[in-house]
Every structure is written in structure tokens, then in C-alpha cells.
Design a protein around this ligand. Structure first.
Ligand code: GLU
Length: 585
């Protein structure tokens, strides 16, 4: 069966270029002729643009591009990218983890949020991490949440995919089965002695054969993972029942730190996992509509609250003392982030399990009252505060637009580098440690309540900061982005938006510009190298306690659109970011 015949058999919806290609190649006009305009997206003929993938890793980018070249849409490409990333960038995301998928449909301008966040097993208790250090907690089965990535992509694919699921998985299967030259970023993570002890025996056999970490350019073959992917290509539901599910349960049970670290997940936890499909959070910033993620992420709410505060300051006005190289601008961002971080830590978590004041936090009246606290001086104290583990080099974000203008923005994670470091023996994938995103010590008692919004509890999803975000201008796409980096994700996405909207910078310049992160109410912003000394000196003069960060913060893979609607992809050089354009045929 030819590729085309196989595609049609599976309900492939043709576009004009393909119809013409059929005439040229096969000498026949299929029954859906160009005259059948209702079969074509209403704007597709006039506005056909290249499809684009922007991904943190080149082979995974190629996987998505290949699917687009063979008639896949943005969902198919995203699926191919995600599964390929689990092979080529396994320290950051994979089938053992969770994902947030933001979808924008060109045909009716509808937007959707697919929540594939990991869920706590039913045996979870709020105090389960209390006696463990972060390293202990995050390297044991106790921190493994029920993985959501497989189910989330399956739901997205059932709704909007064009190609058969099994075809979307082919590039990942080939990469795992036949191998690929290991990339620079992952080999750097592998060589880092700080993270090597995380790897269990099964993982060492793959990534450190004979005790030596595989180096960049060496071929990495992952036969166990290839077998798992082949089974999932037949039926992804097998992840949650049967052999694979049983292997997950067994892998998370043994403790690596004494009895306190034993995993509590049961097969019923996997069987009851549910993908949540809901509408994105919606806000405004200087005339742009901002679509972003709701609970269980705090990322979207905190971003909208901060943008709401910033809108009250003329950040681009140099005469008023602002502008890109004015310390006042960055002081304002730092202070807004400190205030919003306090609200994030106090109020946000899983809204299916507790009542959260999300609407209030982004409402005009509240945001105005928060913005009124920002002066030219550093705010002495911002309450509320609590401990949060800094993570920051993990996770991945990618962005896709297809020929029809459908957009998919995905931030996906197994939490820390290599997740728990526990590879499921015989199946070749890592288990996440996402439950360490809960409060490691319960905060309910300090607040006089049974459970604080982010205390661990059965079935609950831990609070995230991941924030895939789409900006629209006049209801049409302007910019789509997201980043890894735990709580610093919010700072990264915010700065990129401020640079493109307030300073009218192209997305690439905004992405490559040096970043700072302000992740807590405390006054300790961290700065990447490369900031203008006037900015740093000015911030110190008004009393900020600056910290400096030697390594890259975040990794933004994004898309921007010209006023005429032409998309353009941007990838971050902080990792192995890659953009591929697939021309209209
Ligand atoms: N677990 C983190 C979150 O959901 C992501 C980890 C990271 O980006 O480092 O916010």
C-alpha cells in the first residue's frame, strides 16, 4: 500500500497541494476535489504557510518535520516529537512523566488545554517526604506520580490527529531501535557527576556501559525502549494496564533510602488516571490576548497576575525612566514577580481538590492593589513565603504550527534531571519524581487548615510552573512559547513577552537576551551573564541582593507571526534548539 493510499484509508483529510499531487502522481482526481470547499479549512487556500517545528533537540525536531511532510497535522507532529524526545532527550521528558498541551485550532479559533500532569497515588500522605532530604525524596519511588504523557497525547490525537497513531510513533521507534548520535546537551548532563548517582542499574547499563558515560556523537541504541514503543504504537492504553503497568509498579516499590522511600503506587492508580481537558486561562496584556495554562499549573495564573501589575507601568517609555537598559524596568519586573510568587506559594495548587482564588488573583481590582505596592524602593517584606526546591535544568518545551495554522505548544517533564533516575528495568524509560513538586513539608498546619492547596494528597496533582502560552493580536496568533526551568519558567516566559511586546524585539532577540529569575518573595533575583552593567549597578543601588548564575536559564522554543500571518520559528541556543520549516508542496 502506498503512503498516500494508506493515509486515505485512515481518514486523511487532503489539502489542495495534495489533491494536485494526486493528479500528477496517480493520474486521477480523488473524490474530494478543490471545488469541495467545505472539506478545506476556510482560510487555507489564501493563507497557506510553511509548517514549523521548534524543538530543543535536532532528531526530535526532524521526527516532527517528517510527520508533517507525510501529511500529519500539528498534533501528529507534536506526538512524534514528544515520543522522539523520550528517546533523544530522556533526562528531560518521556512516557514516564507528565505534559501540558496547549492547542489552538485555526478553523474556529478555539483553544484547549490538555492536562497530562502526574497524579498522586491513593496511598499518598501529606507528610510522606517530611523526613527525607530532596535528593532522597526525588530518587525514590515515593516521588513517582502516575504518568500522564501517554494518555494526554492519546486524547489529543483522538480529537485532532490526522495520521494513525502508530505512524506518529515510527520516528521514535527507529531512533530507539537503530540508534542515533548522542547530542551535546544530554551528554553534558550525563557527564555531570552530580547527577550520575541518580541513575539506577538499568539506566547505567544503557547510558554508562562499563561505567563510562556515553559521549556526544557516540551512537546510543535503546532496544528495551524500542520494544516498549512498538507495543504502545499498537495500543497506547497498554501503558496503563498489563505488562508495562505491572513493571512500573514493581520499579517504584523498592526504596533507595530505607523503608521511608518505598513507592506507594498500585495498579488501580494507573487504571484510574484521567486526562483533564479544559479551556485555557485567558487574560490581556497591552491589547494582546494571552492564552495560558490553568491549574494544576501556577504558571499561567502567576504570569497573568504579573502581567496585570506590569501593565500599570510604562515599561517602554524612556522619558519616564523606563526602557530596556533602565534599572527601573527590571526593578519593576522583580517586584511584580516577588508579589505574584507570594500568592503562588500561598494560594495555588490543584483546583479539582481545593477551592483556589484564581479569578481573584488575576482580577483588575486585586492586581491594582498589588501593583500599588511597587515603588522605586525594594519592598522590605512580601508575605507569604515557603520552601521550594530549586530544580531548573530539566523539562522541555516545543512548539508546532501546521500548514493549516493549527498550533500546539507543549511543555513536558519528568521533573528533575533523569526524573527519579529509576529506569523501568526491561522497558527502557525513566520514572518521574513529580510528587516532589508538592510541599515537601505540609503547610496546612501553619495556615490553620487541614491541607494547604499544594500539600500532597491522594489523587492530587502537584503544583507546576510550566506555562505554554499563546499571545493573539486581533484574535490571530502573534507569539507562542514556553520553557523549562521549574519556578523560573514564569520569569523566562514573562521576560520574553515583555521584550517582544514592550520593546518590540523580534522573538529570537528576546529569547537570546540574558535572563534573570525571581522565583520567591525573597529579594534574591539571579542573573545570567551578559546583562548591561548599568542595569546591574542600578539594581544594586536601590538595594537588590543580586545572585549570579553561570549556566543557562530555561530554553524557549517558540513561534512568532508576521502581521500578515506568516509564522517563523525560534529556538534557544542554551540547549540544542532546532527549528525546521516544512514548505508547502
Ligand atoms: N516539575 C516542574 C514544574 O512542573 C518542571 C521541572 C523543571 O522545569 O525543571 O514546574
Amino acid at each position: 500500500m502506498s503512503l498516500f493510499t494508506s493515509l486515505f484509508k485512515h481518514g486523511f483529510k487532503p489539502d489542495r497541494a495534495l489533491v494536485l499531487a494526486c493528479v500528477a502522481v496517480f493520474g486521477f482526481t480523488p473524490r474530494f476535489s478543490c471545488a469541495d470547499s467545505e472539506l478545506l479549512p476556510n482560510h487555507s487556500l489564501a493563507h497557506r504557510y510553511p509548517a514549523i517545528v521548534s524543538v530543543s533537540q535536532p532528531q526530535a525536531a526532524e521526527a516532527g518535520a517528517d510527520i508533517l511532510r507525510h501529511g500529519g497535522d500539528a498534533i501528529d507532529a507534536a506526538m512524534a516529537i514528544q515520543y522522539a524526545l523520550g528517546v533523544t532527550e530522556p533526562q528531560s521528558s518521556g512516557i514516564g512523566g507528565g505534559s501540558f498541551i496547549l492547542v489552538w485550532r485555526a478553523q474556529d479559533h478555539s483553544a484547549w488545554f490538555i492536562d497530562g500532569r502526574e497524579a498522586a497515588p491513593m496511598a499518598t500522605t501529606p507528610d510522606q517526604f517530611e523526613k527525607l532530604t530532596f535528593d532522597q525524596a526525588s530518587m525514590t519511588g515515593l516521588s513517582v506520580g502516575v504518568p500522564g504523557t501517554v494518555a494526554a497525547f492519546q486524547v489529543a490525537h483522538t480529537r485532532w490527529g490526522n495520521l494513525p497513531f502508530s505512524e506518529d510513533l515510527q520516528p521514535a521507534i527507529v531512533l530507539a531501535d537503530q540508534g542515533f548520535p548522542l547530542g551535546k546537551y544530554v551528554s553534558k548532563m550525563l557527564a555531570d557527576k552530580k547527577f550520575q548517582p541518580r541513575l539506577n542499574e538499568a539506566a547505567r547499563a544503557v547510558f554508562m556501559p562499563e561505567g563510562r558515560p556515553i559521549e556526544a556523537g557516540e551512537i546510543l541504541v535503546q532496544k528495551d525502549l524500542a520494544r516498549t514503543l512498538k507495543l504502545l504504537a499498537d495500543n497506547p492504553a497498554q501503558f496503563y494496564r498489563g505488562e508495562i503497568a505491572q513493571a512500573i509498579i514493581e520499579a517504584q516499590q523498592p526504596s533507595r533510602v530505607g523503608p521511608g522511600g518505598e513507592g506507594r503506587m498500585q495498579i488501580q492508580d494507573l487504571l484510574r488516571y484521567e486526562v483533564r481537558v479544559r479551556k485555557p486561562l485567558e487574560g490581556q496584556y497591552r491589547g494582546y490576548k494571552v492564552l495560558t495554562v490553568p491549574s494544576p499549573s501556577a504558571g499561567g495564573t502567576t504570569l497573568l497576575e504579573t502581567l496585570g501589575m506590569l501593565e500599570r507601568f510604562p515599561l517602554s517609555d524612556q522619558k519616564a525612566g523606563y526602557g530596556e537598559v533602565s534599572p527601573r524596568t527590571w526593578h519593576t519586573l522583580i517586584e511584580a514577580l516577588r508579589l505574584a510568587s507570594a500568592d503562588r506559594l500561598r494560594y495555588l495548587g490543584d483546583d479539582k481538590q481545593s477551592v483556589l482564588p484564581t479569578e481573584k488573583l488575576v482580577s483588575g481590582t486585586y492586581v491594582k492593589s498589588r501593583a500599588a505596592l511597587i515603588t522605586d524602593q525594594v519592598l522590605k517584606e512580601v508575605s507569604y513565603d515557603s520552601f521550594e526546591q530549586e530544580k531548573g535544568r530539566n523539562t522541555t518545551h516545543f512548539s508546532v504550527v501546521d500548514h493549516e495554522g493549527n498550533i500546539v505548544l507543549v511543555t513536558s517533564t519528568i521533573d528533575y534531571i533523569w526524573g527519579t533516575g529509576m529506569m523501568v528495568p526491561g522497558w527502557g524509560f525513566f520514572l518521574n519524581n513529580e510528587l516532589t513538586d508538592f510541599n515537601l513539608k505540609p503547610e496546612g498546619p501553619k495556615l490553620g487548615m487541614e491541607l494547604a492547596p499544594n500539600d500532597a494528597a491522594p489523587g492530587r496533582r502537584p503544583r507546576s510552573s510550566m506555562a505554554p502560552t499563546l499571545l493573539l493580536k486581533n484574535d490571530l496568533p502573534f507569539e507562542g512559547l514556553g520553557s523549562p526551568g521549574s519556578a523560573s519558567i514564569i520569569s523566562t516566559v514573562l521576560q520574553t513577552i515583555v521584550r517582544t511586546v514592550d520593546f518590540a524585539q523580534p522573538l529570537k532577540s528576546a529569547v537570546e537576551a540574558p535572563r534573570f529569575a525571581q522565583t520567591s518573595p525573597r529579594d534574591e533575583p539571579s542573573f545570567e551573564p551578559g546583562w548591561h552593567s548599568d542595569v546591574l549597578d542600578g539594581l544594586s543601588k536601590v538595594g537588590h541582593s543580586l545572585k549570579y548564575e553561570g549556566r543557562g536559564m530555561g530554553s524557549v522554543q517558540g513561534l512568532e507571526w508576521s502581521p500578515k500571518g506568516q509564522p517563523h520559528g525560534v529556538a534557544d541556543s542554551r540547549r540544542d534548539g532546532t527549528v525546521i520549516e516544512v514548505a508547502v508542496q
